[in-house]
Design a protein around this ligand. Structure first.
Ligand SMILES: C[S@@+](CC[C@H](N)C(=O)[O-])C[C@H]1O[C@@H](n2cnc3c(N)ncnc32)[C@H](O)[C@@H]1O
Length: 213
């Protein structure tokens, strides 16, 4: 995907993917996924998702990577937070309340230590099919060998709509060799995503996976 595509989406505020509350699947499944672990959580392609506040409230340090600075500034600004900004490294970062967001391309993100937990909602499915193996490969390199987390995808007949979001069917997800995937939940969600029904989708499912490195 062209980076400008996303910059234009943020500039025009065309962010239909953004939710105004934490994702229910995160609240329902995260406690079982992590148990007592309170390790830092990696949130790739994070946007300004409120899920990061929820994760921070559970006691996790949160590290997000987002290509558009407006998203990062909105994330902290809308929460009334005043982040400190660090421009000393290859990617500038904003930090407050245990949440650090790096502004840059996820594929160039090279932190000094690995993560034990990951949360991907609408990141894998933001990328076209040809970019997804590279995304999963890079993600795996950023994670500790025993890392775990949640992945939330959408499934629909790809020929019915141009992404993003792209459809990631279970056959594709389960074939990525870097992770074990266990489907925890799969729901029909077209009724609650009317904008996709208006684009002609005949059906739409949301899938929630427990992923293990
Ligand atoms: C579909 S949105 C999902 C955002 C967030 N995960 C959520 O649930 O609201 C995808 C986000 O990834 C960002 N993005 C796209 N490509 C990226 C890249 N290569 N590196 C970092 N961020 C990227 C976009 O700007 C956008 O905010």
């Amino acid at each position: 995907m062209d980076k400008n595509f996303w910059h234009e989406r943020w500039q025009r505020n065309e962010i239909g993917f953004h939710r105004d509350s934490a994702h229910p699947a995160l609240e329902n499944h995260w406690p079982n996924v992590v148990g007592d672990l309170r390790r830092p959580v990696l949130v790739p392609l994070c946007g300004k998702t409120l899920d990061m506040h929820w994760l921070a409230r559970q006691g996790h340090a949160v590290v997000g990577i987002e290509i558009d600075r407006r998203a990062i500034e909105s994330f902290f600004g809308e929460a009334g937070m005043h982040p400190s900004i660090d421009e000393s490294g290859p990617m500038p970062s904003w930090s407050a309340g245990g949440i650090t967001l790096f502004a840059g391309d996820f594929f160039e993100f090279a932190p000094s230590s690995r993560f034990g937990l990951v949360y991907d909602r609408a990141a894998l499915i933001a990328l076209p099919r040809e970019m997804r193996p590279g995304y999963v490969d890079h993600l795996a390199r950023l994670l500790e060998p025993d890392a775990r987390g949640l992945l939330i995808t959408l499934e629909y007949p790809q020929e019915a709509m141009r992404g993003p979001p792209f459809s990631v069917m279970p056959e594709e997800a389960l074939a990525f060799p870097e992770f074990d995937f266990t489907c925890l939940q799969r729901d029909e969600v077209l009724d609650s995503h009317r904008r996709f029904a208006e684009k002609g989708l005949p059906w739409l499912r949301e899938a929630v996976y427990f992923v293990r490195r």
